[in-house]
Design a protein around this ligand. Sequence first.
Ligand SMILES: Cc1ncc(COP(=O)(O)O)c(C/N=C/c2cc(O)cc(-c3ccccn3)n2)c1O
Length: 516
Amino acid sequence: TGPHTAGSEYAEPFLLAVLASGGLDAEYVRGERNTLYRRGENGEEVPVTDFVGGYGSLMLGHNHPEINAYAKELLDGGTPVHAQFSRHPYANDVAAALNRIVQRERGDDESYYAIFANSGAEANEAAMKHAELDRGLRLAALAEEIDGHITEVTVRVADGTAVLPAGSADSVEELAAEVRRRNEAQFARPPLFLVPEGGFHGKLAGSVQLTHNEGYRLPFRALAAQARFVPRDQPGALRKIVEEERAKVLDLTVEGGEVQLVERDFPLFTAFVLEPVLGEGGIHELTPAFAQEVQQVCAETGIPLVIDEIQTGMGRTGTFLAATRLGLKGDYYTLAKSLGGGIAKAAVMLVRRPLYRGQFELAHSSTFAKDSFSCLVALKVLELLEAGDGAVYRTAAERGERMLAMLRAVRDEFPEVVKDVRGRGLMVGLEFHDQSEAAAEPLRQVARSGFFGYFVAGHMLRAHRIRVFPTSSAVNTLRFEPSVYLTDEEIGRLETSLRDVCAIIRDTDGGSLAPV
Ligand SMILES: Cc1ncc(COP(=O)(O)O)c(C/N=C/c2cc(O)cc(-c3ccccn3)n2)c1O
C-alpha cells in the first residue's frame, strides 16, 4: 500500500480506463487460495472468488503457505539469486525433475535439455530461435552437400566420365551457374511456422506472429517470421498447406554416365507450434484426429513439433502435460505460469536431446533466467504436484468434472443462452450464444459492443463477487481456471452467479449487464 499518485495515472492508463468502463477496475490488496480481497468502502477486506487464476498461473492458488514459507527461508538464507555465468545446480535439478516427469508421461526414455526463461512468450521465443538455429545449420549442410556434388559433376564432365544430357546446357559451367542461381532464390526464402487457427503463444516480437488474434499480431508482422494458421477441423488442410509451401532445391548427380538434375526438399518450416488445449483462443481441445495428423505430417517432413504447455501444463488438465491424453509427443515443450508457484517468474523450454545444438547456450541468454530463487521455487512446485503419486493431478481432474457437471446443468437449463461448455480439469469455458440480434435493444448493444463477456464479468464481480474473464479472442466465452483447492462452495457460488446472468439474458432486456 505505497503512496498512490491519485489523479495522475502513469502505468497503462488506457487499459485502466477500459477496465473501469466495464466496472472491472477493482483494486486487490491480498490473495490466498482461490480468493482475492478488495478494499471495501469502509476499508474492510471484501473476498472475491477468483476464477481467472492468473490466467492459469495459480494451479496451487494465491500465496500457497508452503511455497511462501519456503521462499522466505530461501531469502533469509541469502540464496544467490543473481549468480550468472556460474554453476546453477538448482536449474539442473529442475531440468532433471522435468525429464523424469516428461518421460513418465510420454512413456519413453527420450531426454531433454532445458533452457530457462522468465515468461511464457520468452520460452516460446527460445524454442523458435533454437529451431531456427537448427534449421539454418541443416540448410547450410544441404547447401554444402549440393556444392560438393556440383564440383564433382563438373570434374567428371571435364575428364569425360560423364556427359551432359542433350539440350540441357551448352556447358557444365552454365548448368552449374543456373542450379546455383535457382537454389540461392530458394535458400533466401524466409522461414515459416505452422500454428493451429486460434493459437496463442505470447505477445513478444517473434511469438506474437504465432498468435492468431489479428489485433495482437498484424501491427507487428513486419518484425518477424510469419506463421501459416492451420484449420483444426479440416482433415487434410495441414498437408495442403505444407504442399503449397513446399520448397525444393536442385542437385546434380550422374546416372549411367549422364548428368541428372534432381529436386530435393529443403526445410522451409522452422517448427509447428501448438497448445493441446487452446486457452486464450477460447478453450478448445485439439481433437485426437488433428493431433495425429500433425504428428504424422511433422514426422514425414521433419518439421519439429513445439508443444506449448504454458497454460495447459503443470497438471491443469489432469495430467502434468495436456499432450499426454492426446498421445502427442513433442520435440520441444514450453512451460511457465504455474511453474513459478504463484510468486516467481519461471519458464523453461525443453529440447529433445538428438535435436540439441549446444552452441545455442552461448547465443541465447537472459539476466534473470535460471536464477536460484525461481528454480528452487519451481522445484518445490514440482514436488508438491508430484506428491502422493500425483494426487494434485487426480484432484484437478475430479474438480474439473464437478465444474463441468455444473456448467452443463446451467447450459441445459438455459439452452437459448448458453451455446457450449468445453475444456477439461481446471481449464474449462462456457460460451454464450451471440446476442447481437436479441429482441431487447440494451442486450443487443451490450452484445454488439464487442465486450459482451467483459460486461458479464463486470456484473458477476459487482453482484456476486466472482472474478472471471473472457479473452479478446473469444469475447463470448468465460474461462474458469481456478486452483486445485477449488471447493464445492465456490462451485456453488459460481453456479448462482451464472444462473443469475442467464436469467438476465433470457428474461430481461439485459440492461443490468451494462455497468452503472
Ligand atoms: C499457451 C500460452 N503460451 C504463451 C503464453 C505467454 O506467456 P506470458 O504471458 O508469460 O508471456 C500464454 C499466456 N497467456 C496469456 C493469456 C491467456 C489467457 O487464456 C487469457 C489471457 C488474457 C489476457 C488479457 C485479458 C484476458 N485474458 N492471457 C499462453 O496462454
